[in-house]
Design a binder for this molecule. Sequence first.
Ligand code: NAD
Length: 477
Amino acid sequence: MNAIEVPTGNGHSFSENVDRLVDKAMAVLNIDPALAQTIKACQSVLQIRFPVKIHGEVEIFTGWRAIHSEHMLPSKGGIRFATFVNQDEVEALAALMTYKCALADVPFGGAKGGLVIDPTKYEEDDLRKIVSHFTRHMAAKGFIHPATNVPAPDMGAGPREMAWMADAYRHLFPEDINSQACVTGKPVDQGGIEGRTEATGRGVQYALQEFFRHTDDVRKAGLREGGLSQQQIVIQGLGNVGYHAAKFLTEDDRATLVAIVERDGALVNTEGIDVEKVHKHMQVSGGVHGYPDATYVENSAHVLEMDCDILILAAMENQITTGNAERIRARLIVEGANGPITFDAETMLKKQGTVILPDLYINAGGVVVSYFEWTKNLAHMRFGKMGRRFMQARADSAIEILEQAMGDRFPETIKQGVIKEADELNLVRSGLEDTMCEAYQEIRAIWHARDDVPDLRTAAYILAIDRVGHYYTEYAL
Ligand code: NAD
């Protein structure tokens, strides 16, 4: 498929698909219609058209920032840089952010942004100019602010772009002591946090580890027992989310990656693919074509239908539709991307007994760690800075007392585990793992407790809608 084409969602727009999923959960909750409308409505959308002079020529760019909900502030959500970005997509993604934050119990409303651009077509200085202009226009309308509206990276953007946005904002409002908190996903040396770049992929790993701790869920999906090391994985999209998820699952959990589906084709090797090697190859050549240690398949769409245990969709929306759902053979589908399965396709997959770990849960790792970054920026202090030495000294004393009482020395490996530093990365991972595990336990409890909850997605929406609805009924309506 061409990179700039987004397949349609079986006659429904992306935001209609999200609303249909929400309606399904609202029907189970038997929610008041006025409250349902309030929750679903996108509160405001800013469309910006702005000129930028590039090499003497003026180009007009179009971007959006949508705020789906402000029941908690700031509203939070990434900014996507892609040629196919449109208002409906931005609104759909903003709505997903509302439910995702509520589900992960992160105190943010939902927002999203998008800029119509192919970032690969511009030199770095020009791209910086475009991003700075976009930021200035959003700031002028109050659509970027540390207290009310905080972007993060999404497709086509990364730490570099976030640093540019933070810089543009700081130049506009130098008196704002919290200006660093106006975006998350920044480089660590510019107010970012350790572990943010890989957070979404790491979250996918923690979520899958938690799923495999529940043997009845593993059986329900018809998966091999014995944990992740027994699973064969196919992944679509080896970008930020896909690369990190695939790397951690193969390196730490010893799962076998049998295929990678990318824009320019797919790689297949049932013996296992080395993610790091493919990633390096892609950085040099721009795609998977030419990678030596796997079979290259030009028509990559068919590789999604290959027999495997877990299919991780980490590219973009509308990848499994009624056109291919029946041919998908994976027993567990993991929605690393937002909205990769349409509403109607999901109905077909359910008939086949496929279990889906839904986007609003599985890819929440990014916003969870963004929350840590935002609070770190507001605190103006690195996590663990004050307590690290103190904790280490306490652990050393405790070990010394135990060794004296035992008359023997602690094995070195155990000792190292006890005195392990509470540094920023360890704290971020611990907070992320805790959030992903707890959210899964809450979702599965609803899934198993109620006969009228057919799947994990409906359970996840029930939990999220209940939390958002509670706020509106208590404080807003
Ligand atoms: P990215 O741009 O880093 O990576 C996307 C990858 O998918 C690229 O390698 C691209 O070549 C590939 N791709 C695009 N279209 C494809 C297609 N049709 N078939 C096969 N491969 C294709 O983007 P990302 O940040 O990894 O985001 C991917 C998805 O995850 C998006 O839906 C995004 O909204 C979602 N997401 C991202 C984050 C994050 O922290 N980056 C957080 C939550 C959700």
